[in-house]
Structure formats: C-alpha cells, structure tokens
Design a protein around this ligand. Structure first.
Ligand code: ZN
Length: 315
C-alpha cells in the first residue's frame, strides 16, 4: 500500500473512532439536574445508576463488617433519612433509597449512585443529636441527587475505557461491561475506590444540599456545623477518621457551612420549627448503641489500642 492510501486509511479509522464515540455520547446524552440546575453529561442512565448501586453494595457492606443487627437502630437511621427524601428534587423521591448502618468502628459515611447510603456506627455513636445524624445522611443524599459519581465517570480517564466497552458491545453486554468497570472503581482496594473520592467542590456542594434537605425536614442546620467539630476533634486522636481521606478538612467545611447558613438559612436561628432533637437521639439511639456488642469491623479500635499498649510498654 503506498503512502497516500495509508494516510487515507488512518484518517478513515480515526473518523470511525470519533463517530463511534459520538454515537456513544448521543446514546446517553445530556440532561439538566433538577437538584443543582446544572446541565450534566449522562455517563450513566438512571437505571444504570441503580444497577451500579445494587452491584457494588453487598461487597462494600461486607468490607465494613455488614449491617448492625439491632432492627431498632437500623429503623431509626432509616426514619431520619426518609424524613428528608420527599424533599429531594425531580424523580429522586422515588429512587429505591436504602440507608445502611454499618457494624464498623471506623468514622465514615458514603453513598452509591441510585440511592444507597451508608453510615458507620463509629461515626453515629460520636454524635449528640438527631440533627447531626440528619446532616450526614443529607450530605450523602446530596451526593446521590447531584449525581456526583456520574460526573466523576464523565470527567475521569475511566470514561474512555468504559465508553470503549460501551461502543464495542452495544446492548446488554455493554451494560454489564460498563457496570463491572465502574464497580471495580468503587469497591477497589478496601472499599471507597476511585469513583467515591469526590473533589472539593462536590463535597462543599453535598454539604450545602445536606443543609437544604435537613432544613426542609425541620432540623436545625447547626447540626451540620457540629458534625464537623466532632470530626475535627476526632482527627486529633491517634488515627485520623477514615472520612478525612475522602473529604476536605473540617475547618474549611465549617467556614463554608457557617457562611452558607448565614446567607440562606438565617431564618432557622432561634426558630422553634427547626430543632436538634438531642433528647430523642439519646433515648432512641445512643442508649441502644452503647449496649451493642463490639463491632464486627473493629480494626480501628484494635489497632489504636494495640498501638497505645505498645507505646505504654516502651515507657
Ligand atoms: Zn462527601
């Protein structure tokens, strides 16, 4: 083959590749997110987001010691979250929401696309009122409604690989290829892989959405600031909370939250319609958490205690 036809052939292959990518893009398209008002490129359809959450949830739950077995504790966390769900935007209230209290000592919370939200008992047990619990659940609901995993796929290099699978095997095979590739980027090494590590703007956006949802459900947004103070105090301990590996420093979140509350939610201050619900939290939640058997996922405590003992032995 002489040089001219070789160049033409390469150019043709390039055009085919671009056309395939464009076909993949047009298959999924763009939409305006009713939560944020932003136009988003849909790397995942709503059905794929739900399927991805379903696929990644069992492994992620197992990595954190499974669910707390006490049905009252699980029911309470779910109730607090479900109070906010009707106030989410667009079709979000009808997502198959599920709120999981993990039997783990680590201090963490995270969410999967499609409405699966997880909180460790290690984090929940450090709280002092229901508004704090609502703020963390609201923040995670915000990651779901703002579709941050979808954006993470769109903006990352992963999208190239995932789209290649989608382009080459359209139909059901492409769906499972996409879901498997995305699941691997979620459950990865020890949970919370690449796709659940959001950027600073996404975290601040989730903080603001959390405040939006908790206020709509009648909680005092001061609870959101208090949670950051709890994380700040915990990060002075022997081992920084796991949540710090995926979130901005509490100091910057406190500043951002305080400004946001002053700007948008000043009406909640000293307003009896917005409560922290400290007594209810103590009676229904803390009293039960304190008598639970040690968590199934107790690596954090074991390591911290053994390090402390080794330190003492060397004195
Ligand atoms: Zn977050």
């Amino acid at each position: 083959m002489h040089a001219l036809s070789t160049r033409r052939s390469i150019a043709r292959r390039g055009l085919v590749a671009v056309a395939s990518l464009a076909a993949a893009l047009s298959l999924v398209g763009c939409s305006t997110n009713p939560t944020t008002g932003r136009s988003q490129y849909d790397s995942l359809s709503p059905e794929q987001e739900i399927a991805l959450g379903n696929q990644a949830a069992p492994e992620l739950t197992a990595e954190y010691g499974g669910e707390v077995t006490d049905p009252n504790l699980r029911g309470y966390v779910s109730q607090v979250a479900q109070r906010m769900v009707p106030y989410t935007e667009g079709d979000a209230p009808s997502l198959p929401w599920e709120f999981v209290l993990l039997d783990s000592d680590v201090i963490n919370a995270f969410a999967l696309p499609g409405g699966k939200v997880f909180m460790s008992r290690g984090l929940a047990a450090r709280m002092t009122n229901e508004a704090q619990l609502a703020s963390v659940l609201g923040h995670e609901i915000g990651h779901v409604t703002a579709r941050h995993v979808n954006d993470r796929i769109t903006r990352s290099n992963v999208v190239t690989g995932i789209l290649t699978v989608g382009v080459s095997v359209l139909g059901t095979a492409s769906d499972s290829g996409l879901l498997n590739a995305a699941t691997q980027q979620i459950v990865g090494a020890g949970g919370q892989g690449y796709l659940l590590k959001f950027n600073r703007d996404q975290e601040h956006e989730a903080d603001e959405l959390g405040v939006r949802y908790m206020v709509r459900a009648g909680y005092d947004p001061l609870g959101a600031v208090q949670v950051q103070q709890i994380l700040k105090a915990a990060s002075d301990g022997p081992r920084p909370p796991e949540i710090m590996s995926t979130h901005p420093l509490p100091e910057s979140r406190i500043t951002n939250l305080q400004n946001h509350i002053n700007d948008e939610y000043a009406f909640t201050k000293n307003n009896a319609e917005y409560q922290l619900y400290a007594d209810r939290f103590k009676q229904v939640f803390l009293s039960r958490v304190s008598v639970l058997p040690p968590p199934a996922d107790a690596e954090f405590t074991t390591l911290a205690v053994s390090e402390w003992c080794a330190h003492c032995a060397s004195q």
